[in-house]
Ligand binder design. Structure first.
Ligand SMILES: Cc1cc2nc3c(=O)[nH]c(=O)nc-3n(C[C@H](O)[C@H](O)[C@H](O)COP(=O)(O)OP(=O)(O)OC[C@H]3O[C@@H](n4cnc5c(N)ncnc54)[C@H](O)[C@@H]3O)c2cc1C
Length: 423
């Protein structure tokens, strides 16, 4: 089952010619090639059509046929304006906190902070350290920025991305980061809908449409109540009653569900198995790449609560191009403009320790030794576990890592050395 958010709404206008045609593949699609048609930004934003085609000549023939004779798919590409996010409590908090980095007194002795991993976590750590007047040295193992949002250009100049990335309205820190970098216009906002493929009806999709006129949580409740393909009325009522404790209990209730899996929680609330299968397998996989019997209900409730609390929280945006150039490079430019450094092809091989077990340096696979005043790991938890020095393995703090296994969306980032305090 898959969660789709890229096709905007019915009624494709094939008179609009494709401006660029790019192809992409991903590991989950290695048995076939995906063709993406993207249109000029004045007429459309971020349309992605996928065809399962055998060979380049067949692909070209198929695209010509579609252009000349129209398509059974009817899709219109509309440029949706950026929603009003800036007045939400979470956005105001995010924006205030990041402004404190810039406003804090300049350190008398700026710290040299060595950061492992130039994914979005490492890049933003470096950005905010630089904002606070420190000197980040960001080390990336690979020859490409972005980690899980990395992308590669093929010999034809087309981009292969790690995967489709959604930037939700409910991401205050990321939305604030886009604003601070002056690149809000690179996010292409979609209509407020969630579209699910239905496992019981292969090839058919079911929509949850959030009406623009209603405030939250009414727009979400309306979207659920209006959906008749996936949920029957008795299921909707049981689902809504099951969600009540989450809505009323607030953050304390959400955190208390950490030890309960999504599947267990659904059973406890009397939510029909069918709802779990139709909606929550997709949601668990989309949010965390794992199944509802493995995922903590806390993760789902955090997302659901945000979606229910904020009118535009579940609205989705896509980046208007490949993430390394369109998102990571502006962060790197910002870091460098403030005296920070970003190094590719700099894989950390060992964390070297002083006699007192604090970090002395990072030893790279190319033999270089990088020293700093403080060190941050922004690498995935599995990598951190491999890098953990022998002397740290008995320390209870680090032993807690043993139970953690990385999935593509959850990482553990640790700052070693000294405590950095900016406000
Ligand atoms: C296919 C896919 C789709 C996704 N879709 C979404 C989405 O729609 N919305 C969303 O919010 N999230 C999505 N995510 C999750 C999101 O991409 C990640 O949560 C986020 O990018 C993780 O960033 P990070 O910096 O924490 O880690 P990473 O991106 O993993 O960065 C870690 C970096 O550390 C580097 N590194 C590793 N070992 C070393 C070493 N020894 N020395 C130096 N560097 C090292 C790696 O090369 C990497 O660049 C998706 C993830 C995937 C894989």
């Amino acid at each position: 089952m898959a969660l789709y958010g890229s096709i905007s709404s019915p009624n494709l206008n094939w008179q609009i010619g494709p401006k660029t045609i790019s192809k992409s593949t991903s590991s989950s699609m290695n048995s076939y090639t995906t063709i993406s048609l993207s249109f000029s930004s004045s007429v459309s934003m971020g349309l992605n059509l996928r065809f399962n085609l055998a060979s380049p000549s067949t692909r070209a023939a198929k695209i010509n046929r579609l252009r000349n004779h129209g398509s059974p798919l009817k899709v219109v590409c509309i440029d949706y304006p950026r929603p009003e996010l800036d007045d939400t409590v979470n956005f105001i908090e995010a924006s205030y906190l990041s402004s404190t980095f810039r406003a804090s007194p300049r350190p008398t002795k700026p710290l040299k902070v060595v950061i492992a991993g130039a994914g979005l976590a490492g890049l933003s750590t470096a950005k905010y350290l630089a904002d606070a007047g420190h000197k980040p040295i960001l080390l990336e193992a690979r020859d490409v920025l972005g980690g899980k949002v990395a992308a590669w250009k093929d010999e034809d100049g087309d981009w292969y991305e790690t995967g489709l990335h959604i930037f939700f309205g409910a991401y205050p820190n990321v939305q604030n980061l886009f604003g601070e970098l002056g690149i809000n216009d690179r996010l292409q906002w979609k209509e407020h809908s969630m579209i699910f493929a239905m496992p019981s009806k292969p090839g058919e999709f079911s929509r949850f449409d959030f009406p623009e006129v209603l405030p939250s949580p009414l727009n979400g409740i309306w979207a659920i109540l209006r959906n008749n393909e996936m949920l029957t009325w008795p299921e909707k009522i049981k689902f809504a009653i099951g969600l009540l404790p989450a809505m009323l209990g607030g953050q304390a209730y959400v955190e208390a569900q950490d030890g309960v899996s999504v599947k267990e929680w659904m059973r406890k609330q009397g939510i029909p198995e069918r709802v779990t299968d139709e909606v929550f397998i997709a949601m668990s996989k989309a949010l965390n790449f794992i199944n509802p019997d493995e995922l903590s209900m806390q993760c789902i409730l955090i997302a659901l609560n945000r979606f229910l609390q904020e009118k535009h929280g579940s609205k989705m945006a896509f980046l208007d191009g490949n993430p390394p150039e369109r998102l990571c490079m502006p962060i790197v430019d910002h870091i460098q403009s403030l005296g920070g450094e970003v190094h590719l092809n700099s894989r950390i091989k060992n964390i070297e320790l002083n006699d007192d077990n604090t970090v002395k340096s990072f030893l790279l696979t190319n033999g270089k030794v990088i020293e700093g005043d403080a060190y941050v790991s922004a690498a995935p938890v599995d990598i951190l576990k491999l890098l953990l020095p022998e002397n740290w393995k008995g320390v209870p703090y680090f032993q807690r890592l043993d139970k953690l296994v990385g999935v593509p969306v959850i990482n553990v980032h640790i700052c070693c050395g000294i405590c950095l305090q900016f406000y």
